[in-house]
Ligand binder design. Structure first.
Ligand SMILES: *Cc1c(COP(=O)(O)O)cnc(C)c1O
Length: 391
């Protein structure tokens, strides 16, 4: 049989460069301390901001729904796979995001693909921040629309492109709300102002902001007081919400259109009852237990201060994502391995996730970490940095 020698060659090169990584395996639930390779390790790499993956209310909702409604739904939504609980979740999400309607997709990734690929034609142009998430980039690739990329968060560059693209039928500006690798917040008030000035639509992907920013974790749009001024809000149910899925929130027209044209929605089976019920309960928890979000931000402030005191170069971030900039890919992987040996799991983020030469160790805070966990993690990071010659 023919062999994949061309793939093997590329993998061998990655091994030589020290960037080939085995998937890290977790042997426990996803918590602030996880069991890996038989040891208890402090987890600094999950997106489980509020600890909802194992929240008792979510677990109970999932178990009850599986008992009553079964393990799967047996169909796509448009044929026979829409359960009343799917509608209930969408009503909850729309109210949460203060929009008319919402539509759930299988993941945040497919939400972006489904939205961008369905609403844009060759007569339109999409204008995208250069650091937007891969799922936005792939969504854009699926359209025949014109496309322009503006320098990260650079409003002058965005305005230049808006001015030059007035011949298109529609202009859609798309941005991450919180940038997933660097943890900075998009300058949304300026983006909305430019969009109004140049008659453009705005789409915000709040994967890392929902459950984190704004009152009750409603996201960046609410955080900036821009309710009703952003045309499409994308959220994920997989990060702070703690389960799985993605959604679009916006006007009824948009959502009705996506129900008829959004391909991942049309051609992929709906969420199982356990997942759907757990997501509903997660929104309830966000509304009823604001102390979780407060703890997340208290921990974030404490941990950032600790990292600054250690003196490693940090990427400027305003959110619970704090990347430690190392630069060299192999050195970053080695530092991550050293941290693991000492008891901290903080994943190396290398090319193509971030540009070459900007490799970093990305840390993410959660509400579940105790002060003791954080002190220990900071201690380990300092010791590991000295051992690795970074300090
Ligand atoms: C993680 C992420 C996604 C994908 O969400 P999933 O639900 O994990 O598929 C989309 N957009 C951004 C900005 C993200 O950070």
């Amino acid at each position: 049989m023919k062999e994949f020698t061309f793939l093997q060659k590329e993998l061998d090169t990655m091994r030589e460069q020290g960037t080939f990584q085995e998937l890290p395996k977790i042997e426990s639930y996803q918590g602030p301390i996880v069991r890996m390779k038989g040891r208890d390790i402090i987890q600094l790499s999950s997106n489980n901001y509020l600890g909802l993956t194992s929240h008792p209310r979510l677990k109970k909702a999932a178990v009850d729904a599986a008992e009553q409604f079964g393990a799967g739904t047996g169909s796509v939504r448009t044929i026979a796979g829409t359960f009343t609980m799917h509608d209930e979740l969408e009503k909850k999400l729309a109210a949460f995001k203060k929009t008319e309607a919402a539509l759930v997709f299988q993941s945040g990734f497919t939400a972006n693909q489904g939205i961008l690929s369905s609403i844009l034609t060759k007569d339109d142009i999409v204008i995208s921040d250069e650091l937007n998430h891969a799922s936005i980039i792939d969504g854009i690739r699926l359209t025949k629309a014109g496309r322009k990329v503006y320098e990260h968060a650079n409003m002058e560059d965005l305005e230049k492109i808006l001015k030059k693209s007035m011949s298109y039928r529609n202009r859609l500006i798309v941005t991450d709300g919180v940038f997933s690798m660097d943890g900075d917040i998009a300058p949304l008030p300026d983006i909305v102002r430019l969009a109004e000035q140049y008659d453009a639509f705005v789409m915000v992907d709040d994967a890392h902001a929902s459950g984190v920013l704004g009152e009750n974790g409603r996201g960046t749009v609410h955080h900036f007081g821009l309710d009703g001024k952003v045309h499409i809000q994308v959220g994920t149910l997989s990060k702070a919400i703690g389960v799985l899925g993605g959604y679009a929130a916006g006007s009824k027209v948009l959502i009705d259109y996506l129900k008829h044209k959004g391909r991942p929605f049309l051609f992929s089976t709906s969420h199982p009852p356990a997942v759907t019920a757990a997501c509903i309960e997660a929104v309830n928890v966000l509304l009823e237990e604001p102390a979780l979000i407060k703890r997340l931000w208290d921990n974030t402030a404490y941990f950032k201060k600790g990292l600054e005191n250690i003196g490693l170069p940090l990427i400027q971030s305003e959110t619970p994502i704090t990347p430690i900039l190392i630069g060299d890919e192999a050195e970053t992987c080695r530092f991550s391995a050293t941290l693991f040996e000492l008891g901290v799991f903080a994943q190396a983020i290398v090319f193509p996730t971030v540009p070459k030469g900007k490799a970093c160790i990305r840390t993410i805070m959660t509400a579940e970490h105790t002060k003791q966990d954080l002190d220990k993690a900071l201690d380990i990071i300092e010791t590991g940095a000295r051992k690795s010659g970074l300090l």
